[in-house]
Design a protein around this ligand. Structure first.
Ligand SMILES: [Zn+2]
Length: 380
């Protein structure tokens, strides 16, 4: 969840933390256990672009509140911000049952006033497309408690997976809710759908090479931070002490709460985790068969004129985070997916041929900085 929080900020970090935890409906227990469960999979991330069809459901108080152009712009923003992850989104040409579509449904309904504390399922069940074949996005007119978006991960069965967004933060430009007016709420929430947590999850937990991959946000290249930051914090902000190298907070990460204009990226490990999660829990969603059934095209059909130019064929980022180990790195230890230390050495090489299939976390030191690399061992 990403939320408007500027007034609360004055009350101090403790209150922010408390509220952030109270208000974030991301199912963290699910994210943790489901990701660990991936160790049962044996597959390899080939590094291809993963194409995700969206089903955008606009639930409005008055018809036309959220124009098509805003939806189109939002998809462009997603594709820009997910380009480094080689995850791309498109609006399908065929909906459920092969019915031609522009990928957007519109419903005028009192559910547009969305009390997410009690009406998540009511809203979602009112209109959705099969969640194994589409990533559903619901856009509403109003939500209580200053919430501007929330998410549920793929595979979560408590309610339908997907993202709920406040209309005021969809797309980009004047008229949107500043400073959440650059389309980054959707970027952040879809990060949750693909299993990412906030960098401030658990506060200052996971500060060591042995714990960074299994505590906090379970991501080693986002140093822990004590609480959510808001506004546009200084790059030197540092609220937790890591060992052996203390690093500043990841204040520009997409998974934080800072202003849209001040968040810039996912880290290589976050990208690795999202892709692996998508490969495991979005098998049908990203499949070639689904692409065919949805009439995949990087741009929309001409009849969806104002939603045009949605795709991006020019993804050129490297498949970062996939290389097993990096030359010149010293390997400090290897953990299995349950977090058990199974190998400790100081060498530069690790013989992976003896490992049984599954996920592993290698802690390596490179240039004086400790990194964690997740390794998938399995059938090619
Ligand atoms: Zn969030």
């Amino acid at each position: 969840m990403k939320k408007v929080f500027r007034d609360w900020l004055r009350l101090g970090g403790l209150v922010s933390l408390m509220w952030a935890q109270m208000l974030c409906p991301v199912n963290k227990n699910f994210l943790r256990t489901s990701f660990v469960a991936l160790s049962g999979f044996s597959f390899r991330d080939g590094g291809d672009t993963l194409w995700v069809p969206l089903a955008v459901h606009v639930i409005e108080k008055v018809a036309g509140e959220i124009p098509d152009e805003r939806v189109g712009k939002q998809v462009q923003i997603l594709n820009r911000d997910y380009a480094a992850a080689k995850i791309q989104f498109y609006l399908p040409r065929y909906g459920p049952g092969g019915v031609p579509t522009c990928g957007v449904t519109r419903t005028v309904s009192p559910l547009a006033n969305h009390d997410w504390t009690s009406e998540e399922d009511t809203l979602k069940r009112s209109v959705y497309w099969p969640p194994d074949s589409f990533l559903n996005v619901w856009i509403v007119s109003w939500m209580p408690m200053q919430v501007i978006g929330y998410a549920r991960a793929l595979g979560d069965t408590v309610s339908l997976p997907g993202v709920v967004l406040l209309g005021d933060v969809v797309g980009e430009g004047p008229g949107l809710r500043s400073p959440y007016d650059k389309g980054r709420t959707a970027v952040h929430e879809i990060g949750h759908v693909f299993s990412l947590m906030h960098p401030f999850e658990g506060g200052c937990r996971g500060t060591t090479p042995a714990t960074c991959a299994i505590e906090g946000d379970e991501i080693c290249d986002t140093p822990p931070q004590r609480q959510a930051h808001y506004g546009c914090p200084s790059l030197s902000t540092n609220t937790c002490q890591e060992v052996p190298t203390d690093l500043p907070d990841p204040v520009t990460n997409f998974m934080g709460y800072v202003d849209d204009g001040c968040m810039t990226h996912f880290t290589p490990e976050q990208i690795w985790r999202m892709r692996l999660f998508l490969l495991a829990y979005g098998t049908i969603l990203i499949s070639e068969e689904n692409k065919q059934a949805r009439g995949f095209r990087a741009t929309l059909s001409p009849s969806c004129g104002s939603l045009s130019a949605l795709g991006s064929e020019s993804v050129n980022a490297s498949g970062q985070g996939r290389e097993p180990l990096i030359s010149g790195a010293k390997i400090l230890g290897l953990y299995d997916s349950a977090g058990r230390l199974i190998w400790r050495e100081g060498g530069e090489k690790l013989d992976m041929s003896t490992l049984s299939p599954g996920l592993y976390i290698a802690i390596v030191m490179r240039g004086g900085i400790v990194f964690s690399h997740r390794l998938a061992v399995g059938c090619p």
